[in-house]
Ligand binder design. Structure first.
Ligand code: DGY
Length: 317
């Protein structure tokens, strides 16, 4: 008998076809997010779950009485949606889908860096609202990024890909903070000793650290930024103190921001949606057909390895 798996959200057709071939798979044709109650029931009824980064797999779900699920194949490089400590204690394997989305996410970081510094949202809004009075030499000017300092917080895969594009493609000077020392970059970049040091020097800050219950980038860090600086976040909304960022933007203590992720998605505070100096995207870092297909296929690789008793290609737990 094929293992029974539940896929929490709609997937690209080719991925669903592969999963349907390999497993007794249940799909979510409506693509509506599943409730905690549905996920708890699924823990009893299936051998594996295939959730994604917006599904909260917490203690309540993981410790469901009468659990049958032995494997959670998360679709996403990030897995802060899963309580991995509890999963480990409960003996549930967890996998993720790294690497395949690195370039796409770095592309979105660059898109946001350019959008924020060139103030494209305000400019496009003016045009769409029929308020554009024609070409002007002095109106709506942004900032050039060539020769400016890009501060990367978290020099992992996506941080590196972003920094590389900015350094080699746009002539930015890169400084970065990373917990461990990094000495294998193929472009010039200077590692600094603290997040403060990076945020106080940078003209543009790009966040690439995982989310968690306590934001790594705090109100104090944001307060250290220059008034002319921009902040871009493509990691997780709770990687930074979102309230402190909103205050800094509203009070003009920093110049602008580009955000693809939010603290309590899909909720985005009104005040953020109203700010003209912020470009907002709905968590689309990896949203290309190619990448979402590759992520789904990697989750399928992880599941197949698990049920064949082999090492998982991408082990989290
Ligand atoms: C991830 O994979 O963690 C992204 O945030 C969604 O693609």
């Amino acid at each position: 008998m094929k293992p029974k798996i539940l896929v929490s959200r709609a997937l690209p057709e080719t991925v669903e076809a592969r999963l349907a071939y390999s497993f007794d798979a249940t799909f979510n044709k409506t693509d509506a997010p599943m409730t905690a109650a549905v996920l708890c029931q699924a823990m009893r009824d299936y051998d594996a779950l295939v959730p994604t980064v917006s599904d909260r797999i917490d203690a309540e779900v993981l410790l469901t009485h009468g659990r049958r699920v032995g494997m959670i194949a998360n679709i996403g490089v990030g897995y802060s949606n899963i309580d991995t400590d509890i999963a480990r204690e409960a003996g549930i394997r967890v996998s993720n889908t790294p690497d395949v989305l690195t370039d796409a996410t770095a592309d979105i970081a660059l898109l946001l860096i350019l959008a924020a510094t060139r103030r494209s949202y305000a400019a496009e809004t003016k045009l769409r609202q029929n308020r554009w009075g024609g070409f002007s030499i002095v109106d709506g000017l942004g900032s050039s990024i060539q020769g400016k300092i890009l501060g990367i917080v978290g020099m992992g895969r996506i941080g590196r890909a972003t920094a590389r594009r900015a350094a080699l493609g746009f002539g930015m000077n890169v400084v970065f903070y990373n917990r461990s020392s990094v000495d294998d970059l193929d472009f010039e970049a200077t590692q600094l000793g603290s997040i403060d040091a990076v945020l106080s020097q940078a003209d543009v800050v790009s966040i690439h650290v995982p989310g968690g219950s306590t934001p790594l980038v705090t109100a104090e860090h944001i307060a250290a930024m220059k008034p002319s600086a921009y902040l871009v976040n493509t990691a997780r909304g709770d990687s930074i103190d979102q309230t402190a960022l909103i205050d800094a933007l509203s009070e003009g203590r920093i110049a602008g921001a580009g955000l693809d992720v939010f603290e309590a998605e899909p909720f985005v505070p009104d005040v953020l949606r109203e700010l003209e100096n912020v470009t907002l995207l709905p968590h689309i870092g990896s949203a290309t057909t190619e990448v979402r297909t590759a992520m789904g296929m990697l989750a399928a690789d992880n599941l197949e390895a698990f049920f064949a008793g082999k090492d998982l290609p991408c082990t989290v737990v």
